[in-house]
Write a protein that binds this ligand. Structure first.
Ligand SMILES: NC(=O)C1=CN([C@@H]2O[C@H](COP(=O)(O)OP(=O)(O)OC[C@H]3O[C@@H](n4cnc5c(N)ncnc54)[C@H](OP(=O)(O)O)[C@@H]3O)[C@@H](O)[C@H]2O)C=CC1
Ligand SMILES: CC[C@](O)(C(C)=O)C(=O)O
Ligand SMILES: [Mg+2]
Ligand SMILES: [Mg+2]
Length: 491
């Protein structure tokens, strides 16, 4: 097998990267009908498997699970997840031969093994689905020609796929049909019905390609979504403690600070998030974020380049072959950070205080969202897709940090995302050493105070720059169609 993307001509690469159509609500009028009465079997019952399955069953579809024999025999967590929610569970031999749609929700590392085991048991003309296209695009997996291959990729952690659905909303979802595997022309109808069943159509669905999903998903998760939130959390916490802020307060300010500040981002973009600061603090956050953008731009561009060339996937697959030594070492090191180990104060922090004492957090978010969006769109990824992978998903990841800090984020995201997160974090921290020396509690831990007033002309100029960034332009259009977005209350 060889990297599918690298076998394409430049023209084909650009065509698939640029494939992205925002689907109109009227296109979902058929609801889940294309999958109604079909036997749907999910392989794996982890972060995505369980939560997608729960939503699809609530939407009236026939969902059951297949797990590897050892998971059933040992009653592992995946078995408990499925059976405690009253789903039927069986072996591959019991469940697969009669299935119409098989959804592969095992970790990316396992896809080649799993698909090789599953494929011979699939009936002629069945459909195989993924929620991330790594196996097809980066590993070049070849699928039997009578099978339809689709992708329905929620732009969100599995936990939030369920939480948003329960709130009557959904998460933006990217759909695709593999051009090499659509023998009966039914792929798009099934992908649409599947997106409705998970609730994705209420937030926005893109008709896209496997290639565009993989390259944008890897970029988002490594940089702004997980990598930068991890780096920013650790550096900000360490700085506050070194400057004498109570450690329990500092830990709480970070743990819930990402969630509270990015909740403002979710509803009104960078403009609204920055507007939550006082004018003097906004001017300072803007200055800091411009500096951060200059320092981190080469790193964001390197991640995008390495993802495009296949260098990233090659090195991660080498780690797979090496018993995940880097992933496991980095995971253990994250668990040992002072931020992770610090108990948080039980004192309440009012919602506005997260902004007033978190100028630096806001600067990190603005810099990271804009840099990720810029790197993606410069590489041929369409703005709507880049928006979901940068701005829209950041609050959904921040929700996971609010639950149990970085350990929870790294548990809930895929192993692929976790690997990329650590890779970014380890490269980014040293880059920010000098920058962090210039930071004081004036921008993290305490309210911003300035001896100088605000220059009105400067404020007008800054507001214009923030509001006219392309991520804000596309964001305003996309948010206009998210009619059911719900507010999350801060702690
Ligand atoms: N995590 C997320 O939120 C997101 C994930 N995705 C994608 O969704 C897919 C699933 O990821 P995620 O939900 O994180 O996965 P998890 O690690 O949470 O779950 C994996 C499931 O697969 C099972 N499994 C693991 N190895 C094997 C194997 N060799 N054979 C059969 N079953 C196996 C596990 O059960 P057991 O070990 O008990 O057998 C478990 O039930 C990936 O493609 C990922 O990129 C997409 C969007 C977001
Ligand atoms: C952000 C990480 C992700 O891509 C996701 C939750 O969307 C993943 O792979 O987990
Ligand atoms: Mg993702
Ligand atoms: Mg991912």
């Amino acid at each position: 097998m060889s990297n599918y993307f690298n076998t394409l001509t430049l023209r084909q690469k650009l065509e698939q990267l640029g494939q992205c159509r925002f689907m109109d609500a009227s296109e979902f009028e058929d609801g889940v009908n294309a999958l109604k009465g079909k036997k749907i079997v999910i392989v794996g019952c982890g972060a995505q498997g369980l939560n997608q399955g729960l939503n699809m069953r609530d939407s009236g579809l026939d969902i059951s699970y297949t797990l590897r024999q050892a998971a059933i025999d040992q009653k592992r967590q995946s078995y408990i997840n499925a059976t405690s929610n009253d789903f039927a569970v069986g072996t591959y031999e019991e469940m697969l031969p009669t299935a119409d749609l098989i959804i592969n929700l095992t970790p990316d590392k396992q896809h080649t093994n799993v698909v090789n085991a599953v494929m011979p048991l699939m009936k002629k003309g069945a459909t195989l689905s993924y929620s991330h296209g790594f196996n097809i695009v980066e590993e070049g997996m070849q699928i039997r020609k009578d099978l339809t291959v689709i992708m329905v990729a929620p732009k969100s952690p599995g936990s939030e796929v369920r939480e948003e659905f329960k709130r009557g909303f959904g998460v933006p979802t990217l759909t695709a049909v593999h051009p090499e595997n659509d023998p009966e022309g039914k792929g798009w109808a099934q992908a649409k019905a599947y997106a409705v069943a998970t609730g994705g159509h209420t937030a926005g669905v893109l008709e896209s390609s496997f290639v565009a999903e993989v390259k944008s998903d890897l970029m988002g998760e490594q940089t702004i979504l997980c990598g930068l939130l991890q780096t920013g959390a650790i550096l900000s916490f360490d700085k506050m403690v070194a400057e004498g802020i109570d450690a329990g307060y500092a830990a709480k300010l970070i743990q819930y600070g990402w969630e509270t500040t990015t909740e403002a981002l979710k509803h009104g973009g960078i403009t609204n998030m920055m507007d939550r600061l006082s004018n003097p603090a906004k001017v300072e956050a803007f200055r800091l974020s411009e500096e951060l953008k200059d320092i981190m731009r080469p790193l964001f561009q390197k991640h995008m380049d390495d993802i495009m060339t296949g260098h990233f996937s090659k090195t991660m697959m080498e780690d797979w072959e090496n018993d995940d030594i880097n992933l496991l070492t980095w995971r253990a090191a994250t668990g040992e950070t002072a931020f992770e180990k610090q108990e948080i104060t039980s004192d309440e922090i009012p919602e506005q205080e997260y902004f007033d004492h978190g100028t630096l957090l806001v600067a990190f978010v603005r810099a990271g969202v804009e840099l990720a969006f810029e790197a993606m769109t410069e590489s041929g990824i369409i703005d709507a897709s880049a928006y979901y992978e940068s701005l829209h998903e950041t609050p959904l990841i921040a929700n996971t940090i609010a639950r149990m800090k970085l350990a929870e984020m790294n548990r809930v995201i895929s192993d692929t995302a976790e690997y990329g997160c650590y890779l970014f974090d380890h490269a980014c921290k040293p880059l920010l050493t000098d920058f962090m020396k210039t930071i004081s509690t004036n921008v993290i831990g305490k309210p911003f105070s300035s001896e100088n007033g605000v220059d009105n002309q400067e404020l007008i100029r800054i507001n214009k720059i923030i509001r006219n960034h392309p991520v804000e332009i596309v964001g305003e259009q996309l948010r206009a169609s998210m009619t059911a977005m719900k507010v999350i209350k801060s702690v």
